[in-house]
Design a protein around this ligand. Structure first.
Ligand code: PLP
Length: 407
């Protein structure tokens, strides 16, 4: 094997057995842990005897054994030294950026990102003296042009939400490193499909609420990075994850641990079906954006970045022209055809669809939406993996015909 294979990397991590030899790990719910020898306690507080330093667990806002199992799987999947899990994707993103930046610092960020992250960067961080310049994520030179001596971070999503532009991660890493800039990549849309850290990213963040968990029944996030950065996040005096407290509950960690082993199978199936849907929409004559289509602007670049064998991801968009038309299509698809659900979020086993401009990207103003190529009629679909694919394609065709989008 001459390429990185995330599925194999997870399989190689030491399996965590449960009490009594259980094939599932046990859930360790203690908030606090017994320290067996008195001299250990001060050493833990000095930061030299944590659970990863031959010491022991102290308190579950710091580290928890069950949450650590999930963190180990994620670090293996991303090929990073270490990881921590957080209560949400936004917690992972916010803690990472607040750890890296101080008053007076500057971030160059992709303009094609999840609306909540955009709001954090555009509206919240400037209040604390951290400035942000937004650029086109598909042009690595745009990041470089915007970089200043006080730039600390390049921030991008691998495949941007919602217009799916692909960032050139190797080129961004080449630009960031000599300038001492940290490259932070949100890989929420493409777990397994792409491995940003293998391509040179310093930190990979996730909303595990989406594909990684896959069941739309919990909110979770992760930060995958070098061990020293995770230690900084958990520092007892200045660690943003330690002190802002976005802790993952061990029961949530257990649920996700049980779903990691079929993440690769799910990603392949999301990708297979999304490809079939995109190809059919294309032959029906409607504009569709999907990275797997040869006409997609960064198709060749993404092929060079992908881990082979996991497909092109489960996300695609169609442009219905106006918000009204987009709403009519979603109404038909949900309430007449039972094709999927009108709901925000993504990565569920059923298809989810939303009109991004007026929902998950509504924090972004109209001018900025236009600049990122987000039209008011754009419908984002997270293609599910339930039901018969042929039947699903017929449902979709009938709905698009009924709304006058195809003949
Ligand atoms: N990153 C991306 C790409 C997202 O789409 C989202 C949520 O939609 C987030 C981060 C935030 O994740 P969470 O809702 O788990 O906080």
């Amino acid at each position: 094997m001459d390429h990185f294979d995330p599925e194999e990397a997870i399989a190689r991590v030491q399996r965590e057995f449960g009490e009594h030899g259980g094939v599932c790990p046990s859930i360790s719910r203690s908030s606090t842990f017994t320290v067996m020898t008195p001299e250990t306690m001060p050493e833990i507080f000095k930061g030299v005897r944590g659970p990863d330093q031959g010491g022991c667990y102290l308190y579950s806002r710091h580290f928890n054994p069950t949450v650590d199992v999930l963190a180990r799987y994620l670090a293996a999947m991303e090929n990073t030294e270490y990881a921590i899990c957080t209560a949400s994707g936004m917690a992972a993103i916010a803690c990472t950026l607040l750890q890296l930046c101080r008053q007076g610092d500057h971030i160059v960020a992709s303009r094609t990102i999840y609306g909540g992250t955009h709001a954090l960067l555009a509206d919240l961080l400037p209040n604390w003296g951290i400035s942000v310049t937004f650029v086109d994520p598909t042009r690595a030179e745009a990041f470089e042009d915007a970089a200043r001596p006080e730039t600390r971070v390049y921030y991008t999503e691998t495949v941007g939400n919602p217009t799916l532009g692909v960032a050139d991660i190797p080129a961004l890493a080449r630009s960031a490193r000599p300038r001492g800039i940290t490259l932070v990549v949100d890989n929420t849309f493409t777990p397994m499909v792409m491995s940003p850290a293998v391509m040179g990213a310093d930190i990979v963040v996730y909303s595990m609420t989406k594909f990684i968990n896959g069941a739309s029944d919990l909110i979770a996030g992760a930060i995958c990075a070098r061990r020293d950065f995770i230690r900084q996040l958990m520092d007892l005096h200045t660690g943003r994850a330690m002190l802002l407290g976005p802790t993952m509950d061990p029961r949530t960690a257990f649920d996700i641990i049980q779903r990691i082993p079929h993440l690769a199978v799910r990603m392949r199936e999301h990708g297979r079906r999304a490809m079939a849907v995109a190809e059919h929409i294309q032959t029906w004559g409607l504009t569709v954006t999907y990275p797997g289509l040869p006409a997609f602007p960064q198709h060749t670049q993404m092929r060079a970045m992908m881990n082979p064998g996991y497909g092109w991801g489960g996300m695609l968009t169609i442009d219905c022209g106006t918000q009204k038309k987009a709403e009519a299509v979603m109404d038909r698809l949900q309430n007449t055809e039972r094709f999927g659900f009108m709901a925000v979020s993504l990565g569920y086993f059923d298809t989810l669809m939303s009109c991004s401009g007026s929902s998950t990207s509504s924090e972004i103003d109209e001018n900025e939406q236009r600049a990122m190529g987000l039209s008011p009629g754009l419908v984002r679909l997270s293609i599910g993996l339930t039901g018969n694919l042929e039947e699903r394609l017929k449902q979709l065709q009938r709905a698009l015909q009924a709304c006058g989008l195809i003949g």
